[in-house]
Ligand binder design. Sequence first.
Ligand code: FAD
Length: 510
Amino acid sequence: MSRTPIAIAPRQPAQIPGQHGLSGVIPRETLTGRAVAVDDAFVQALEEVCTKVDVDDNSRTDYARDWWPLGMVWATTGHVARMPAAVARPENTEEVAAVLRLANDAGIPVTAAGGRSGVLGNSLPVFGGVVIDLTRLSGITDLRGDDLSVDVMAGTFGDSFEEALQKEGFTAGHWPQSMKLATVGGWIACSGAGQMSTRYGTMADITRGVTAVLADGRVIETSQFAHSSTGPDMTQLFVGSEGTLGIIVSACLNIHKKAEYTESGAWAFDSFDAGVEAIKRFSQRGARPAVVRLYDATESRRNFDTKDQHILLVHDEGDRDIVAGIMSVVRAECDGNAGDTALVDRWLANRNSVHALDDLILDRAPDTMEITAPWSKLAKIYHETTAAMMAVDGTRTATAHISHAYPGSAGLYFMFGGRPELEDRPRWYRDVWNAGARTVLTHGGNLAHHHGIGLQRARLMGESMGSSMEAMQAVKDALDPKGILNPGKLGLKNPFGPTPDWADKAALKA
Ligand SMILES: Cc1cc2nc3c(=O)[nH]c(=O)nc-3n(C[C@H](O)[C@H](O)[C@H](O)COP(=O)(O)OP(=O)(O)OC[C@H]3O[C@@H](n4cnc5c(N)ncnc54)[C@H](O)[C@@H]3O)c2cc1C
């Protein structure tokens, strides 16, 4: 039951929408503030320790972008947030460590990049310096079937990783919509959640251990046991750290036997609140089917052509007896009948589709905001937050669905859009996010469920973290005393100056 290693060819990230605006131009930067340059001597030193280093305009432009919707809008007019001075593309842990040692000695910012599929500007090099691309660290180094665990390199893309596991009869169970766009390192660094997280858990549950390189080049390996009573869990320090505490070079993940059986159901509710109550009831009886999604009436109409109905999709996979038991609890709490499974099939067929974004981005300014809400507050948070987003000048639509369910809470995923004038988009994005996020926080939800913080939500971290922000800063100061790792993110202090206000028109360079 063990095969090791399994080669997975490295590849470049997928193209990001809005790219047409950048072809043949040297982009203009929108962010003000300090941009740390590197001199020829530093580039030469980098080249001596790292197999591939790029300083050409095309590469620097590529690494100045991710899937943040505002960045896509900027790109259509030849703008990016901030260019890195150099892109280092190491092919092993030693090279990652050597790049960090050099940058740390010289006080140069280093921003980690995987698939660059972050949707909040997570991997943007706000203060320039070096972007370290991890995608050449690809492949499975060990698969232990008896222990249901796998060692995988951080730059391995999600779809290739899962395909390799499935060939061996296993699954990681992590299915983000961005399966083809994101890497394992990015999954961990953003504390992501896949569409089947209700059964398999989020990356916080799936990640057993990491090997990480600290800012000064030291390599550390955290415990890989399913459970330890050996002090605080150092693995979890890196889950959700967004490249601010260290660079993850590989990880040990939990895996599962590939599912032998599936069952699905779909139900229509007269109100969103009634659907919420049904999910709460079956979740609290212990039923955790892989997929649990409740769409409000507008999203149900958009996805399933229904009218004034709130559609709940449930899909489970795994051992036949266990799945059958779970689905019988779900049916009992959703008024008995099995529902229309064709709707689940329709969702399964389209669940990784991202093709429409290039067309939508200029027309309707679509964006999403995902948060966690306790069951007791969820319905109120849904109603108040969609109303607060709609009240912002320029918003045309604000809807939501439940995307992940837990016994005590659920992940709520807001989708919103508008038609503000092009030059007014940064203001609109900031205002609608402020209104949405602050309404959620005021009513007892959290700031982020699975996309992380990035540049977009950094200003809200203090409000969200409260008294623990100081402890997080102390951890940052201890692990990265010179503050070189992904400065400008997670609301942490950094030595390169204040994080630029990306929505302030006066702060944007012409
Ligand atoms: C269409 C679309 C759908 C999406 N759907 C989902 C979804 O269903 N679930 C979900 O969780 N997310 C989703 N996302 C968001 C995104 O795909 C995830 O956040 C993903 O985990 C990012 O991985 P990445 O490799 O692209 O990381 P990047 O975007 O390259 O980086 C993200 C952050 O992680 C840091 N980082 C990356 N690699 C490392 C490393 N090796 N060590 C340390 N830090 C690192 C970066 O510095 C940055 O802060 C979606 C995005 C898109 C565009």
